[in-house]
Design a protein around this ligand. Structure first.
Ligand SMILES: NC(=O)c1ccc[n+]([C@@H]2O[C@H](COP(=O)([O-])OP(=O)(O)OC[C@H]3O[C@@H](n4cnc5c(N)ncnc54)[C@H](OP(=O)(O)O)[C@@H]3O)[C@@H](O)[C@H]2O)c1
Length: 488
C-alpha cells in the first residue's frame, strides 16, 4: 500500500461471526504479507463487554499463518494482536463513537485514514452509519486530506424500496465514493479471473454471443443447512441471500461488454447489462424447501424444524430461475440460475454451453452427435476452468470422444489462493472500487427480483419440498427441460 499515512480500521460488530471468521483473519493475512501501512491500528467495536485480553484471545483462535513460516508465526500473531483493541458501545449512540474517535486521536500524532467495516446485522446499518456521521468520523477525514471509507455487507435491503432507503441513509453520511458495498464472491479468485479470461484472450470474445452460445447455467449449491442463522435466513431466503447478489454479480461479469478501464467503467458496464435483464417471471421460477433426511450418516432436520424458523415459513431454501438479457449480444440465450442449501454437494459453477456445429460431418443429420463444446468455470471448491471439446480417440479408425482441457488451479499453480476478504479489504485500502457494488448497480439488480419476491410473499406460494442432501425439487428439471437443458 503506497499511502504512508497511518490507518485506523474500525470493525463495527467485532464480537460477531463475520468479524472473527473473516475480517480479522483477512487483516492478519494482509499484515503478515506487509500489505498494511507501517502505522495501523484495529479497533473492535460492539455492544458486548470484553476486556482487551479476552477479546484478543477470541481473535487469535481464528488466525492462521498461511503466509509466514511456522517459526515466526507466534511472534507475527503477537505483534498483530498488540495493534488490536476493543471498545464497547451502542450502535445508535453517537457518544460511543465520539469516545472511539477520541481514542483514535490519542494514538496517532498525525491524521489517519479511516476504514469502518460494518460487520453487523442489516437492521443496525443505518443507526451505525448515522452515529459515525454525528461523531464526525465520516467526513472530517476527507476535508483534512485523508480518507474515510465505509464497508457495508449484504444484504442491502429486502427489495428495491428498502435497498433505496438504506442507500439514502448511507448517502446522508458517506458519499458514494466512500461507500464500499461488498459482495465477497467478487473477491474470489476465479470470479476475478472472469474478466481476464474474457478480455485478455482473443479466442473467447468472437464466440461470446447468441450466435455461438446456446445457454448458460450458473449454480450455487451447498450441502449445508442454515447453520444457526435460521432467524436471519427466514427473513431473507435463498433468492435474496444468494441469487440477487452473488449469482447476478457473476452473471454481469460474464455478460457485460468490454470495459474501458478496471474501475468505474466496469461498474458502468455491469449496470448496462443488468438493466437489460427482464424481471424474473413466476412461471420461470421454482422454489423449494428442504425436508428432514438422513444425509452422510446423520439425521438432518427439515427447514421448518430449524431453530428460529417459523413453523409455517414459505421462505425458499432452493430457487431455480431463467433470466433473459434483451440486448443484441444475448437475446435468445437463456441463463439458468440455481441457488440452494440442503443439496447433495457444495459447488459454485458456471457452464457455458456452445451450439452444435452446423453441417457437422461427424454427425450427419444431427444423428448421434456428441455434446457440443462447453466451458466450465468452477468458482468453488477446487477452482478450475475446463473446456470440453470433441476429439479423435487415438488408434486406427475414426472414433471420436469428448476430451477436456483442464486448468485445475491446484495442479497448475503453486500459489496460495487468498481468501476473498483479503483481496477485497486490500482494494478498499487502495481505494480500488471496481469490485464493489455501486448504488445504481444494486438498484438494477433488485429490479430483476423484486416483483417476483413480492408475488411469492403476497400469494404465499408454497415451496416444493425436497429431502435434504438430494438434487432439489423435480419441478426444476421441468423448467430446465423447457430450454432443453439439464441441471449440471
Ligand atoms: N457471517 C458470515 O459469514 C457472513 C457472510 C456474508 C455476509 N454477512 C453479513 O455480515 C454482517 C454481520 O454478520 P455476522 O454473521 O457477523 O452477524 P452476527 O454475528 O449475527 O452479528 C454481529 C454482531 O452484531 C451485534 N448484533 C447481533 N444482533 C444484533 C441486534 N439484533 N441488534 C444490534 N446488534 C446486534 C452483535 O454484537 P454485540 O451484541 O456485541 O453488539 C454481534 O456480535 C451481516 O450483515 C451479515 O448478513 C455475514
Amino acid at each position: 500500500v503506497s499511502d504512508s499515512k497511518p490507518l485506523d480500521i474500525v470493525v463495527v460488530g467485532a464480537s460477531g461471526d463475520l468479524a472473527h471468521k473473516k475480517v480479522y483473519p483477512a487483516l492478519f493475512a494482509l499484515y503478515s504479507q506487509g500489505l498494511l501501512p507501517e502505522k495501523f491500528h484495529v479497533y473492535g467495536f460492539a455492544r458486548s463487554e470484553f476486556d482487551e485480553s479476552a477479546f484478543r484471545e477470541r481473535i487469535e483462535s481464528n488466525l492462521t499463518c498461511r503466509y509466514v513460516p511456522e517459526s515466526s508465526c507466534a511472534s507475527q500473531m503477537e505483534a498483530f494482536l498488540e495493534r488490536c483493541s476493543y471498545m464497547s458501545g451502542q450502535y445508535d449512540d453517537p457518544e460511543s463513537f465520539k469516545a472511539l474517535k477520541a481514542s483514535m486521536a490519542d494514538r496517532h500524532d498525525k491524521a489517519a485514514n479511516r476504514l469502518f467495516y460494518l460487520a453487523i446485522p442489516p437492521k443496525v446499518f443505518s443507526d451505525a452509519v448515522r452515529s459515525l456521521g454525528e461523531a464526525g468520523l465520516a467526513d472530517e477525514a476527507e476535508t483534512n486530506g485523508h480518507w474515510s471509507r465505509v464497508v457495508i455487507e449484504k444484504p442491502f435491503g429486502r427489495d428495491r424500496a428498502s435497498s433505496d432507503a438504506l442507500s439514502r441513509d448511507i448517502a446522508a453520511v458517506f458519499d458514494e465514493d466512500q461507500t464500499y458495498r461488498i459482495d465477497h464472491y467478487l473477491g474470489k479468485e476465479v470470479v476475478q479471473n472472469l474478466m481476464v479470461l474474457r478480455f485478455a484472450n482473443l479466442i473467447f470474445e468472437p464466440v461470446w454471443n447468441n450466435l455461438y452460445i446456446s445457454r448458460v447455467q450458473l449454480s450455487w449449491l451447498e450441502d449445508l443447512d442454515v447453520g444457526g442463522r435460521g432467524g436471519y435466513f427466514d427473513h431473507y431466503g435463498i433468492i435474496r441471500d444468494v441469487m440477487q447478489n452473488h449469482l447476478l454479480q457473476i452473471l454481469s461479469l460474464l455478460t457485460m461488454e468490454s470495459p474501458l478501464d478496471l474501475g468505474q467503467q466496469v461498474r458502468n458496464e455491469k449496470v448496462k447489462v443488468l438493466s437489460a435483464i427482464d424481471p424474473v417471471r413466476m412461471d420461470e421460477l421454482v422454489v423449494g424447501q428442504y425436508t428432514a433426511n438422513t444425509y452422510k450418516g446423520r439425521e438432518q432436520c427439515g427447514y421448518l424444524e430449524e431453530d428460529k424458523v417459523a413453523p409455517d415459513s414459505i421462505t425458499p431454501t432452493y430457487a431455480a430461475s431463467v433470466l433473459h438479457i434483451r440486448n443484441r449480444r444475448w437475446e435468445g440465450v437463456p441463463f439458468l440460475l440455481r441457488a440452494a442449501k440442503g443439496m447433495d454437494r457444495k459447488l459454485t459453477e458456471i457452464h457455458v454451453q456452445f451450439r452444435h456445429v452446423p453441417g457437422n460431418v461427424f454427425c450427419p443429420m444431427r444423428n448421434n452427435c456428441l455434446p457440443p463444446n462447453e466451458l466450465v468455470i468452477r468458482v468453488q471448491p477446487d477452482e478450475a476452468i475446463f473446456i470440453r471439446f470433441i476429439n479423435k480417440v487415438p488408434g486406427l479408425g475414426m472414433k471420436i470422444d469428448t476430451g477436456e482441457l483442464d486448468l485445475t488451479y491446484a495442479k497448475a499453480y503453486d500459489h496460495i489462493i487468498p481468501d476473498a476478504y483479503e483481496s477485497l479489504i486490500l482494494d478498499v485500502i487502495k481505494g480500488e472500487r471496481g469490485l464493489f457494488i455501486r448504488e445504481d448497480e444494486l438498484a438494477a439488480s433488485w429490479d430483476i427480483f423484486t416483483p417476483v419476491l413480492h408475488q411469492l410473499e403476497e400469494e404465499r406460494v408454497q415451496p416444493e419440498p425436497y429431502p435434504f442432501g438430494t438434487k432439489g425439487p423435480e419441478k426444476a428439471d421441468t423448467l430446465a427441460d423447457r430450454y432443453r437443458a439439464r441441471w449440471r
